[in-house]
Design a protein around this ligand. Sequence first.
Ligand code: MSP
Length: 634
Amino acid sequence: MSKSFYLTTPLYYVNDEPHLGHAYTTILADVLSRYHRLFGEDVHFLTGTDEHGQKVANAATKAGKDPKLYCDGLAQRFIDVWEQLGISNDDFIRTTEPRHEKIVVDVLNKLNEKGEIYKKDYVGWYSVFEEQFFTEKDLIDGKDPIGHRPVEKIQETNYFFKMSKYQDWLIDYYTKNKDAVLPEFRMNEVLGFLRKPLEDLCISRPKSRLSWGIPIPWDTDYVTYVWFDALLNYYSATLSPPEGTHPTWPADYHLIGKDILTTHAVYWPTMLKAADLEPPKHIFAHGWWLAKDSAKMSKSTGNVIKPLDLATVYGADVFRYVLMREMVLGQDASFSEESFIKRVNSDLANDLGNLVSRVAKIQSKHFPGETLHLEDTEEDEIFELARKTTFSVRTMVENLQIHSAIEETLQFIRAINRDFTLAEPWKSAKSDPQSARNALARALEGIRIASVLLSPIMPNKIQELMKRIGAPASDQYEWEDTAWNTTTRAKESFFDEPVFPRVNAPKQATEKKESPAKKEELKISPDGLLPIERFKEVELKTARIKSAEPVKGTDKLMRLEIDLGSEERQLVAGIQQHYTPEKLVGKLIIVVANLQPAKIRGVRSEGMLLAVRDGDSLNLLTVDANVPPGLKIS
Ligand code: MSP
């Protein structure tokens, strides 16, 4: 039987509008699920919504709706967003479902019967936003210590779970299971927290104050505290009727954000221990996405990025790729559309996309429709690198280092690119066709393996890419598919449009709308003079020519590959009669970097170079110093 792998996201507050933070955790969980399915494991991936508590009750009252009906409408928003982002969850749990409420009641009854619960008078400070009580000494400047939001003093009689009793057990458990909380520095944080005496946990709310919750089974004047209720979802979702067993418990990973570490790493394992249940194997806390100015994204500051805005504009798979590539294990990351675009262009349009179109074009030109046989791979560098990359990617994913796994795969893609450039199959296609075939087959097989490795990140785009190289497209590859195919390569089919189009300027809805007065200011004056703003719209940059070749069938056009610092591009320029390729390679030139791509005699041109004509001679503009490529000209 294959190994089972159970992982969860937090249950999102149902009244929140799905945002980048929610999308990140869910995409991370999806990517891990898809990788583990690729490894042949029997994955169970759970997400859902947290629907009880003060926050939801207040929002329902404000909307003038019955809380349950209110939640029904809102939960659907999450379901829809996940579908659009290609999330392959096996289950979606809502804390208002009977299957969950039954488990909460069973666990409460069990703890009560075991003497783990008692009633006492209590004074505490409650944060509705965090749905948490704090003691006076927890507060920072009279505000909650997590989000610095207002708290209200509450004095009431409530039920308590004897959490303090489990402090020593928990310290001992974490000392023996150092990877139970990840990354390591988060475990140190938890152990630091456990150095202070642990208090008992208030697990009820009087119905007179809050009626929206699961009733305490033996005292209907009370409902269950929202966190006690919500955490149990991870266990209730594993219930397998009719036997009533929980075959996938304990969870392999609870993925959470760093702000909900204490509830998961302290409340949750002690609750489970008291209920004689096994603790989760790992809790992994990721960092926060911050806006460019390092502020946490939040609704109140208005800097929340709506995931669908970006996913709609750039495509869900590209969005998934950038999020996974940009956040380093456990650290905070800053988000801006500019850095998003930079990543799309450098990794996807340039490294991967360009390679695919170069290889496909050369095959379709020289060996159209042919199945390629690869000769002798054992000595081959790309073959060896494919093996190494496959192994490292698996190890990195098993250690949750998704950003490193992606980078490792991209290094492999860059190596295929270099190998292909050095082999020059476009030159040897006639003189030594078998060597050209080998170079093509090597590149195609390398791309295919890299694509299998990237398929959990971009499940749809990779299928599209596979079709272009004539490889089998599937939404679920197997680990065997990462093995080098030594005998044949299927025929390719050539498509004109790039798989990953370059993005030239921000496209998101955040684009500023010009006011009529501003529009007036930007007009060219009657004497034909340009306002400086109009000139600033043109992005001029230094670029280094990496390679040059005449465009076949023309006597004027030259195809150039240029280095723009952070990316490489292809330009077509009418300079063939003025420069030989040898004279061009290595030259530093000036290009217009933000032009819409154009097709010149069927060849894509991504920008324009600057030159000056003097009679019959044409001279490229350059810089009077040895400066690097990619500098902005101002
Ligand atoms: N309902 C609780 C979880 C109960 S789990 C039994 C909750 N919900 S939440 O909707 O507020 O947040 C869910 C997750 O989103 C948290 O893990 C939180 O860290 C994450 N994020 C919210 N904003 C975020 C960012 N700006 N960046 C990354 N993730 C952040 O807490």
